[in-house]
Design a protein around this ligand. Sequence first.
Ligand code: PHE
Length: 343
Amino acid sequence: MSDIFTQVQSAQTALDAETPATAEALEQFRIRYLGSKGLIKSLMEEMRTVPNERKREFGQLVNALKQGAETKFQEAKTVLEAQAEQASAQAFDLTAPGEPLPIGARHPIAITMNRIIEIFGRIGFAVADGPEIEHDWYNFTAMNTPEDHPARDMQDTFYVVDAPGMLLRTHTSNVQARVMTTRKPPIRIIAPGRVYRNETISARSHAQFHQVEGLYIDEGVSFADMKQTLLYFAQEMFGAPKIRLRPSFFPFTEPSAEMDVWLGTDTEENYRLTKGTGWLEILGCGMVDPQVLENCGIDSRQYSGFAFGMGIERQALRLFNIPDIRLLFENDVRMLRQFAAAV
Ligand code: PHE
């Protein structure tokens, strides 16, 4: 009987003399004293062999042993962790050469967009921004395209089921309304961004694409100002010697036009892109309809302006000789890497 008491006693003495100094020693310590097959557990099981009048004393001794082991375990653990942390901080060599990061390339659409922004920036157009998930009012109604207007059919889009009135914008023209309702003329902005239409995806069109919107509002702005601005752009962007404005219709401009740039048919590429005509259509434009100015709180008797909206993809295809619009959205790095040098 006294045996079992002696065992507790010598376990306590051994514990007191011990301080685990490594992670392995600590784990051994834990298993030996506190593990499910450890010393303390097995001593507890001996309880039944202890006579009733000494059970209490025995229990107290084993409990003290257990608490001692737990405290010692925690203390040693804290010390070892601090040591490990310090060691790894020392192992971090600040003079070692850096890990090389693979250098990415700008997307051809971003490159094209930046060129457009840069050209208009030179003649005083600042970049403006608007949301892609837009309220019907900014995308259509303010732009003189009320509900049930047939022009909405040409720009079917994706609607947000849980939020009535919200849709994916069909053009960057929503930024016109966003800017006109919050700023006073003179306004001279371009608004690049992503737009959406409910369209079948093919080599020439996609349900998501990019546009750059332009808007110029001031006193006495004329159609001639628009034509000169767009000619400047065509020359800078395409080196095109001439542009062509064809009468067209947009609900938010009057008169409206579509603009083609002259590329010619000398190269096979230009022949294909212009479908043999030499002319590449790149944008829609026109004088801002007075009703749009009024919708946005601008006095149409005092101010006039012009607006234009151009697709970016077709310009990117031409700039980089890309044969299929879908290549722009597949994010295949083998294709994208080729533009690393183009900036
Ligand atoms: N928003 C028109 C479109 O997406 C383009 C446009 C913009 C036309 C501004 C005129 C003025 O087709």
